[in-house]
Ligand binder design. Structure first.
Ligand code: ADP
Ligand code: MG
Length: 296
């Protein structure tokens, strides 16, 4: 393609809300035949809200458990963390959070959860096990119900004791179904990859008619998935928003970041969807193919 054509395509992309890092990105965009889509914050809005809280009846005081969980989550910027902190602030006026600075030994494990010490107690908020039956009643039922409803469940533990399960709701982006359908009609294979549990991932995938689902994926699993798809001959784009997506975005033939995503995701990507419009992915592929000619 001529420099003029590339410039024109870049400008047209910007009008569609697609920021392309350079002409090489356009060139790779037109060859894409597989798209790995992250769930939380990509296919969904990432504006999570707590819908259900289940405590074990023989456990610590429920307000105290929520206080510890929300205090630790103040140190994280994950959608789950924002929802937990927001829930306690807005709906539990009796609960007084410690300042984030009161959390010791905070660690975030992308794709899995957070851990920190508050008042000498070790608190974790994490993805529950795939098989939750080892948890005390009624937590397994709460995890199952959340999964069946397509909600994200997280488990709160205090000093190693499972204390509560929170179910979080998140809305699919309204243009998701059409966007995925549009990609398929362009001959691009959609694949869902998420750090969430399989049950939740399957409900979201079904709503978008995506049949290929990889769940409970840690950041290196998402990256390994990209490599596997490439080894199968795929030209792979990854669409993501999180720290947990950065490695996969960097490895992909084309990394696409959601505009509202983390700096880590945007920094690792070749393309940014400034309007967070999923339809823009297919629009961008079409634009690149039209401008640079179809694949020989
Ligand atoms: P996705 O890949 O769908 O964007 P993530 O990889 O960001 O999802 O998160 C995967 C899972 O890890 C979440 O469903 C949740 O169970 C857990 N998780 C991640 N961050 C946190 C956090 N700050 N607090 C609690 N759980 C978390
Ligand atoms: Mg995400």
């Amino acid at each position: 393609a001529t420099p003029t054509a590339l410039l024109a395509a870049t400008g047209r992309g910007a009008q569609l809300g697609i920021l392309v890092s350079g002409p090489q990105a356009l060139e790779r965009l037109r060859r894409i035949d597989t798209v790995v889509l992250d769930k939380t914050g990509t296919l969904t809005t990432g504006r999570m809200t707590v819908r259900d809280v289940t405590h074990r009846p023989d456990g610590r005081d429920p307000d105290e458990v929520l206080r510890l969980a929300a205090t630790v989550e103040q140190c994280s910027e994950h959608p789950v963390a924002r929802a937990v902190v927001g829930h306690v602030r807005d709906h539990r006026p009796a609960v007084r959070l410690e300042p984030a600075a009161a959390v010791r030994d905070f660690t975030a494990t992308p794709g899995f959860g957070v851990c920190g010490a508050v008042d000498g107690r070790m608190v974790t908020v994490v993805r529950p096990p795939d098989d939750p039956d080892g948890l005390p009643a009624p937590l397994p039922e709460a995890v199952r119900a959340a999964g069946a409803a397509g909600r994200t469940a997280v488990l709160v533990t205090v000093d190693g004791d499972p204390e509560a399960v929170l179910a979080l709701g998140d809305a699919l982006r309204p243009d998701g179904y059409r966007a995925v359908d549009h990609l398929r009609r362009l001959g691009v294979r959609p694949v869902l990859a998420t750090g969430d549990r399989a049950a939740t991932a399957r409900v979201v995938a079904r709503q978008l008619a995506i049949t290929e689902v990889h769940a409970q994926a840690l950041p290196h699993d998402k990256a390994a998935l990209v490599t596997t798809l490439q080894e199968q001959g795929g030209r792979v784009a990854v669409v993501g928003d999180g720290v947990n997506d950065a490695a996969a975005l960097a490895l992909a033939d084309l990394g696409i970041a959601m505009g509202g995503g983390t700096d880590a995701a945007i920094g690792a990507a070749d393309v940014t969807l400034v309007r967070e419009d999923l339809q823009a992915i297919a629009d961008a592929v079409r634009l690149a193919r039209r401008t640079l000619g179809t694949i020989r």
